[in-house]
Design a protein around this ligand. Structure first.
Ligand code: IPE
Ligand code: IPE
Ligand code: MG
Length: 252
């Protein structure tokens, strides 16, 4: 068996992934783009299980952005069909592996049957403890921040929140990710080095790992390589290396 050299040292508690490169994977094989998405879903399932068995506590996947609604209708329709099938097929796995499902994004934009499926899966897995799998559907980091600002303004208008007491720590309670720690590691496949409107607030101090591997080709070994890279990075949060070595803790 091929040995998989495991990262030693610190493990990220929260890994986020931008699953990019499905279309190019298909194009290179003269296949329709949807075949790349189909294969991409299988890779998402594989990496989810691997992350869970590897001890990652939070795994977040960018599945469909708000901007992706502007793709050709047949691609959007195919993605919705795949999503529907994924939800049905993953239910068993989430139950067997004690994984809790969480969804972020403006998913009221999603077709009603998918919304129902999401609600049902969330309910079924709400007490699961091994890992939280967060899927970002119809997600936009900027829209999330604007949504949070609107909530804050409403609370201030009602007199429930004193505007002078608003801090980043309080503000983040209004984000879709209020129950999640910030990502420690972001992996983007497909070779592009950008965030594409993903978790803009939450990635203030996230470590970024970019790989040219297209998402449908991503293996457990590739994922492990990202964990190894993470393990040797020094996260300074604005402090100096010497301060960290002396045991100083960062404060936000
Ligand atoms: C990512 O793959 C999946 C989604 C955005 C839904 P792409 O479809 O963006 O693949 P490329 O970037 O065109 O290769
Ligand atoms: C980001 O990929 C969105 C998802 C992976 C769901 P895109 O392919 O949409 O990003 P851009 O357009 O290349 O920035
Ligand atoms: Mg892309």
């Amino acid at each position: 068996m091929k040995s998989r050299q495991r990262a030693t040292g610190k493990l990220p508690a929260h890994v986020a992934v931008i699953m990019d490169g499905n279309g190019r994977w298909a194009r290179r094989r003269n296949l329709p783009r949807v075949e790349g998405h189909r294969r991409g879903v299988e890779v998402l399932k594989k990496i989810t299980r691997y992350a869970r068995n590897r001890g990652i506590r939070y795994f977040t996947a960018y599945s469909f952005s708000k901007e992706n609604w502007n793709r050709p209708k047949e691609e959007v329709d195919a993605l919705m069909r795949l999503l529907r099938d994924y939800m049905k097929a993953e239910q068993k796995v989430l139950l067997e592996h004690d994984i809790k499902l969480n969804v972020i994004g403006d998913y009221e934009d999603m077709p009603e049957d998918i919304r129902k499926e999401i609600c049902e899966l969330r309910r079924l897995t709400e007490n699961h403890k091994s890992m939280v799998l967060t899927l970002a559907f119809s997600y936009s980091g900027r829209s999330e921040i604007v949504h949070a600002v609107k909530e804050v303004v409403r609370e201030v208008q009602k007199g429930w929140l004193n505007v002078d007491k608003l801090t980043p720590k309080i503000f983040q309670r209004y984000l879709y990710t209020c129950d999640l720690p910030d990502p420690d590691l972001l992996i983007r496949t497909g070779g592009e080095q950008r965030v594409s409107n993903f978790l803009l607030w939450q990635m203030a101090y996230t470590e970024f790992y970019f790989t040219d591997v297209l998402w449908p080709d991503l293996t457990e070994e590739d994922f492990e390589a990202a964990l190894r890279e993470y393990a040797v990075r020094e996260r300074r949060f604005g402090l100096t290396s010497e301060q960290l070595k002396a045991g100083r803790r960062y404060l936000f």
